[in-house]
Write a protein that binds this ligand. Sequence first.
Ligand SMILES: [Fe+2]
Ligand SMILES: [Fe+2]
Length: 395
Amino acid sequence: MSKQRIGILGGTFDPIHSGHLRMGISVLESGCLDRLLVLPSGRPPHKSCGAPAEDRWKMVVAACACDERLVPSRLEMDRPGKIYTYDTLTAIRRQFPDAELFYVIGADTVLQLRSWYRSEDVLPLCTFLVCPRQDSSEPDEYKSELKKLSSRGGKFRTVPMESVSVSSTEIRSALALGKIPENLPVPVREYCRCKGLYGLSGKLEGIDSWLDRLFAALKPGRFAHSLSVALTAVKLASLYGEDPLRAEQAGLLHDCAKYYPLEDMCRIAKEHSLTDDPAFLGSSALLHSLIGAQVAQDEYGMHDPAVLDAIRYHNTGCPGMSRLAMCVCLADSIEPLRRSYPLLDEVRSLSEKSLERALLLSLEGTAKYVKSRGRYLHPRTKNTIRWLRSQVGSE
Ligand SMILES: [Fe+2]
Ligand SMILES: [Fe+2]
């Protein structure tokens, strides 16, 4: 069996941005690696950080959910004291004794390598994957340093990639001015927004414990999805004159019960007399919305009826549903991380023109898909479609 090829991408990730992701994915696409460990540092030796380590960690996890080959690791975060690359590499070597290790660096780091702690011992531990400078130039100084390091046993491989002109410093400055840069991955944008990181205003009340709870309750992809739904719901609510704050709250919490085992969901449904519909009680895909509204109330302290309704109807919709609930239901189906489905582009473009029509098209698409698979479509969705058609007809 061939050796596992593991890459390591370290950094403060303060915050992780699209440049980091593009770099990671380019390295993976170059075919040198099976997976890439993404290691946020806990307390970097030379830098002071803008966001607490646990926030940087959650943002890394949410951002890396876009590709299963990107594997966040707490190795550097959880080590006390100063951590050097030598320590990291030896720890990973112990963890994966048979793997081939690759360490990702920028071309400019090559010039600093000899000043690293125990640099002579670092060289044999890995192959360095070098990301080219932004202007793709290789100054003489760089070439001669590479030669020196190679003669001491250093192994280097340049990874082709498109230039990435984005830095965490620029991003932090933009955030401090209240702007949310496009080159932040969508879940990270919402994470910074709702937590009021890097000087952003508008931190949601109670968000610290909400995010801790959601992070523990959801798989990384679902956590990222929830952040992305929240951001999309805010946009829709702003566009259609609904309350963005409520949309954001409902977006964040809409899937909070998604991973409850079905028997726990049924117990909660019974305890609170939520439904006796056997279709709901037999399907966590249906039931998680009703249970989500209950859990949002009991565990997250959310008592706003409008927000709870938006959570309650986010999957099936409901005849007579509020426009806030429509924003959340639609956001769930068009958020930027959504895997593509046949009508997605049309629903997205319609979402900018008519809330009702876009939601109708989205639910009709769901109905068609469910039917084509010979699966059961709940009457509530059918009734919502009928109701939306009547609404749209009367526009
Ligand atoms: Fe859901
Ligand atoms: Fe969802």
